[in-house]
Design a protein around this ligand. Structure first.
Ligand code: ADP
Ligand code: MG
Length: 422
């Protein structure tokens, strides 16, 4: 993959596809980690006298046509303002994605100046399954600039116009964030130091079954999947231990015949989970499930937390965090790890009364000597709010779905496009 630093950019306009899909509370950014992660590439291009035009998406605009989507938002305005603060220079925001406003702004950008296109998902074509529809938007984006730098790692698993089609139309290279993310994921997939402990949490087991299949070594259909080579696509190394918590743990506990009360449960996934447990058993992967819980009678920040001892949860109660015995158990299971991958918070950390499990896991991982990687948008936001020392983890990934798909051994379209012809 060509690096942005190898491109000739002085005096040229560079279209930088970033992942600035930050969590918002109204128009307030609640975690700007993804914007900060994009600064090195943008800063380096500006230092080399490029004009930088940033393309990014935010949220999930809805509506049939461009006008409806643009009216409904969200606008990238708060992102452009935050980027300007962090860069210490103005960032002009076009009023459209790749229309008249973006064209005028792009053509008048001077070296060292920064502008942004509006939320690329205002264009329904961005996410279209139709190559020609995406291609038309990609053509308009490509016409705005001379070269393309892909730095939005968190969107690399999407075959979208600005991620996949646009780079194929112009000279292109990978930005520093993408190169850093891929380097870490390669370490996880190429003979990780052992014990290799994986902690998975989050809301839904269905999001993570495919990656679980890889961590337990067999996966549905059995057999080792061939290395896919380009665009990532190396099969995840089997874990030695898989610690399962968060909402997904209840489907595992239900699969083992435990009562889960009103906890979030994906009953339709029980057969797949049962199969994953059997695969883990055959492959000798130790699966560790919660042995106690912090529960409440409703899903709310002010709900009264109660500890339930043992794996079963009574009717009328829902599990919202792992309990104290599980926190200790997980810490013991992490203590001798030499490689850790953590994706998904083990509890509803957004509610302070149910955040102890997430804090305990973060602290236990911070004591591990070796490669420690946190992936997932919510997990990354959670650990940044914990104020742990800066070196608590080797790497906090900006990619949730993208990291998981890489570890699943799937090819990431955005990486494939950046690798094409370079
Ligand atoms: P990530 O973005 O890190 O990949 P996910 O998006 O998979 O993580 O899941 C994050 C969400 O999971 C959080 O909003 C958290 O509140 C929720 N969650 C964790 N534990 C539970 C639980 N026991 N019940 C319901 N939701 C949970
Ligand atoms: Mg998430």
């Amino acid at each position: 993959m060509k690096r942005a630093e190898d491109l000739d950019v002085a005096g040229r306009t560079v279209l930088v596809r970033s992942d600035f899909n930050v969590p918002l509370d109204g128009t307030t950014i609640t975690d700007d980690g993804r914007i900060r992660a994009g600064l090195p590439t943008i800063g380096e291009l500006l230092a080399r006298d490029a004009s930088v035009l940033v393309c990014a998406h935010l949220g999930r605009p809805k509506g049939d046509g461009y006008a409806a989507r643009a009216a409904g938002g969200p606008s990238l305005r708060p992102v452009a303002d935050r980027l300007a603060e962090l860069l210490g220079r103005p960032v002009t925001l076009a009023s459209d994605v790749a229309g008249e406003s973006a064209r005028v702004i792009a053509s008048t950008l001077a070296p060292g100046e920064v502008a942004m296109c509006e939320n690329v998902r205002f264009e329904a074509a961005e996410t279209s399954k139709d190559d020609a529809v995406r291609g038309e938007l990609a053509g308009r984006l490509a016409a705005l600039a001379d070269v393309y730098v892909g730095d939005g790692f968190g969107a690399m698993h999407r075959k979208h116009a600005s991620v996949y089609d646009a780079p194929l139309l112009m000279p292109h290279a990978a930005g520093q964030l993408v190169l850093a993310e891929v380097a870490v994921l390669r370490q996880l997939t190429t003979s990780p130091a052992r014990p290799y402990v994986v902690v998975l949490g989050g809301a839904k087991v269905s999001d993570k079954l495919a990656v679980i299949g890889n961590f337990v070594g067999l996966g549905r259909g059995g057999g080792v999947r061939a290395s896919l080579g380009r665009g990532g696509g190396v099969r995840a190394s089997t874990a030695d231990r898989l610690l399962i918590a968060g909402g997904m743990a209840y489907t595992f506990l239900a699969a083992q015949g435990h009562r889960v009360g009103d906890s979030i449960l994906q009953a339709d996934q029980i057969p797949q989970v049962t199969e994953a447990l059997a695969d883990a058993d055959k492959a000798g992967v130790e699966v560790v499930l919660p042995v106690d819980h912090v529960v409440a009678d409703r899903f709310a920040a002010d709900a009264e937390p109660e500890v339930v001892h043992g794996p079963d949860i009574p009717d009328g109660r829902m599990g919202l965090d792992i309990g104290p015995a599980t926190r200790d158990l997980f810490a013991r299971k992490l203590a001798d790890a030499r490689t850790v991958f953590w994706n998904g918070p083990p509890g509803v950390f957004e509610f302070p009364a149910f955040a102890a499990g997430t804090l305990a896991v973060a602290e236990a991982i911070s004591h591990v000597t070796g490669l420690t990687v946190v992936g997932g948008g919510d997990s990354a936001a959670a650990v940044r709010h914990l104020n742990l020392p800066a070196d608590a983890f080797t790497h906090i990934s900006t990619g949730g779905g993208a990291s998981l798909e890489y570890l699943e051994g799937r090819e990431l379209p955005g990486l494939r496009a950046l690798e094409a012809g370079s």
